[in-house]
Ligand binder design. Structure first.
Ligand code: AMP
Length: 395
């Protein structure tokens, strides 16, 4: 049965324009889906030929903190969203005074700052890895006494794909930390090292009307701190997927998210789930939804921010998503002409292929064994290690 929501109309209507802060692949895929719903798009990104600008109606090539550019965006857009979190919240709050910014600057402030994020989660009763804030070297040593080794030291802002992180296994690792780390304004965060069984994630939508809907959980494999593979349905022990969904929904509700929040978690052998990180936007681990769910995360994002009823999130097929990084490009190009029809290609239009740069992804829409068999046979990516096989095959 289709639910009719007895709620106010949408914030904007087809024919109106959504402005996007950021023009990366996430913005690009939001635009591709948002166009279906009838919206126009304008992107703001420092790069003139970014993935988003190639499919937007208009593009402003300028730094995010350029007040003239921000004003142009505000004038041209009927609503503004952001597609990544490394944007200064003061820029967003200045825009908020002029145009509707449904995600809001508060969510950005929290999720771009690891310490505020951990504090907000802890205050909401969401389990996280034990942590301490670190400003001085003395704090670090106190923290290490409390948490013990191994531990992970992280910058509070600006870190992504493993950047701004130091793994501390031994006293030597601690002694080798750059001294400049303790001379910055921003505190650091020291976390207990969690010997997790698997990493999993749930993307949840929450609309401007407070409707909450989660996508099915996935299990993720990272290589060199960059997402490599996402397997859905999540190969997790009985009951863990439901638990992950409930936890992610609690995160969305307690932080009053509008739009999407991706909740990355550590699944422990004991059955415990700890939230590691949040992203207030579409997420790489939700790319599978484009081809393997009734509604994609990108359409859901647009629905949530404009106030449409959220789309159904059921899986239409099991799938395995694999990222294509710069170093996979050549092998991928060679295989391109023979890719089977159930290998769904998403290419981001980036001109320069660099090692570790996300150039595109494929979603293999098939059962786990067949999808992995194709991925391994394609030789586009280095084969799965025994540990990785255990993560995706064992429950
Ligand atoms: P993050 O940038 O916090 O998402 O961390 C990137 C990756 O580092 C995670 O996906 C984990 O694989 C690993 N990691 C981060 N924090 C911890 C931790 N406290 N314990 C163990 N591994 C971690």
């Amino acid at each position: 049965m289709i639910e009719t929501m007895n709620k106010p109309a949408t914030l904007i209507k087809p024919g109106q324009t959504i402005g996007i802060l950021g023009g990366g692949q996430l913005g690009r895929m939001v635009i591709l889906e948002g166009r279906k719903l009838g919206f126009h798009f304008i992107t703001l990104d420092p790069a003139a030929d970014c993935p988003g600008s190639q499919v937007a109606d208009q593009h402003i090539a300028a730094p995010y903190d350029d007040p003239v550019a921000a004003q142009r965006l505000a004038n041209a857009a009927d609503m503004i969203v952001y597609e990544f979190e490394n944007i200064d919240p003061t820029v967003v709050s200045a825009l908020e005074r002029q145009v509707h910014v449904p995600q809001g600057s508060r969510l950005l402030e929290i999720t771009r700052h690891r310490l505020l994020e951990k504090q907000a989660l802890t205050a909401a009763g969401i389990p996280v890895a034990p942590y301490v804030a670190v400003v001085t070297e003395a704090d670090l040593h106190r923290g290490l006494t409390e948490l013990g080794l191994p531990a992970v030291l992280k910058t509070t802002t600006g870190g992504y794909d493993g950047k701004g992180q130091w793994m501390l296994k031994t006293e030597q690792d601690v002694a080798a930390l750059p001294k400049e780390l303790f001379m910055q304004e921003q505190p650091l965060i020291l976390e207990k090292f969690i010997s997790f069984h698997k990493e999993c994630s749930v993307v949840v939508a929450r609309s401007i009307h407070g409707e909450v809907k989660a996508f099915p959980p996935s299990v993720n494999l990272h290589r060199h701190h960059i997402l490599h593979m996402t397997v859905t349905p999540a190969p997790l022990a009985e009951g863990m997927s439901d638990k992950a969904v409930r936890l992610a929904e609690r995160v969305a509700a307690s932080l009053e998210v509008v739009g999407l929040v991706a909740v990355e978690m550590f699944a422990l052998e004991s059955g415990e789930l700890l939230v590691n990180e949040l992203a207030p936007r579409p997420h790489n681990s939700g790319h599978y939804t484009f081809d393997a769910c009734l509604t994609s995360q990108f359409e859901q994002f647009v629905r949530a921010v404009i106030g449409l009823p959220l789309g159904p999130t059921e899986l239409t097929s099991p799938s395995v998503m694999v990222n294509i990084l710069g170093e996979h490009g050549e092998a991928f190009n060679q295989a391109y002409g023979t890719l089977p029809g159930n290998v769904k290609v998403h290419w981001y239009g980036k001109k320069e292929a660099k090692k570790g740069r996300k150039m595109g992804h494929v979603t293999v829409v098939d059962d786990l064994e067949s999808a992995i068999a194709w991925i391994e046979a394609s030789q586009i990516w280095p084969p799965l290690t025994e540990r990785e096989k255990k993560v995706i095959y064992d429950k």
